[in-house]
Design a protein around this ligand. Structure first.
Ligand SMILES: Nc1ncnc2c1ncn2[C@@H]1O[C@H](COP(=O)(O)OP(=O)(O)OP(=O)(O)O)[C@@H](O)[C@H]1O
Length: 238
């Protein structure tokens, strides 16, 4: 028997005021899976994420996390259940050191095995260990992004969400983020990724959802997406 999904959406509709953006999304994220949300600009990826994390209220439909309904729950309550987001734009604190960032939010309230300790986080991002005593405002953009990911992991989330985590980063730093994703997948961290580097994501992720004007246009495995370049041109503009 298949286990219940960690997160499931049914008939999810959301938007801003009178303008509807999501028109009935149905999808599941299973524990241990790396899932991507793909689609051209303005197709509803960020809106989907905002709705999942309680930043925007669903107009219709259902979101369940760990079996509990969370549509209608507040963002802080959803975070406490174990959903952590690495937002676009990183948002590090200028006056906290790297180490302080990683300790200030550290928690394992959901009792995950193999919790993310400071040592494990430094193992994932050796660069952060070298910069442990530096303030947030002394870090490069790439280091801030690594710190944002490490900080989210320090809360030991059951679901990690990366929203355009490689946006604006130099290729060499982007590679660090891909390497991190690969390691997260190897240790079974359930992760939802929004990013535009499809050629990397088919190597790193298990499954993909393509959004087209607020609807799921296609969903399938990395092998399926990799072998159907028509999807790339039709829906992803690559
Ligand atoms: N705060 C907002 N108020 C009103 N409309 C919005 C708001 N945020 C997004 N939209 C609209 O919702 C639609 C979906 O946007 P969304 O940001 O979810 O797309 P996206 O797929 O994440 O694309 P992008 O990569 O450009 O962010 C777009 O038409 C956008 O203009």
């Amino acid at each position: 028997m298949k286990h219940e999904a960690l997160l499931s959406c049914r008939g999810l509709e959301a938007g801003y005021g009178a303008s509807q953006v999501l028109f009935g999304l149905d999808f599941d994220i299973h524990a241990g899976e790396v899932l991507t949300l793909l689609g051209r600009n303005g197709m509803g990826k960020s809106t989907t994420i905002k709705t999942l994390i309680g930043g925007l209220r669903a107009k219709k439909g259902e979101i369940r996390f760990g079996g509990k309904p969370i549509h209608g729950a507040r963002a802080d309550a959803i975070a406490r259940l174990g959903v952590a987001i690495v937002p676009e734009g990183r948002q590090c604190f200028p006056n906290l050191t790297v180490r302080e960032h990683l300790l200030a939010f550290a928690d394992n309230r959901n009792g995950l095995r193999d919790a993310w300790t400071l040592d494990r986080l430094y193992g994932l991002f050796p660069r952060l260990k070298e910069r442990a005593g530096n303030m947030g405002n002394q870090l490069s953009g790439g280091e801030q992004q690594m710190l944002a990911i490490a900080r989210a992991l320090s809360t030991n989330p059951r679901l990690l969400i990366l929203d355009e985590a490689t946006e604006g980063l130099a290729p060499v730093i982007r590679d660090e983020i891909w390497r991190c994703l690969d390691q997260l997948k190897a240790v079974g961290q359930t992760t939802l990724v929004v990013d535009k580097y499809v050629e990397k994501l088919v190597l790193l992720a298990d499954r993909h959802i393509i959004l087209e004007r607020g609807r799921i246009a296609w969903t399938g495995s990395s092998v399926e997406l990799d072998s159907d370049r028509g999807l790339w041109t039709r829906y992803l503009g690559v």
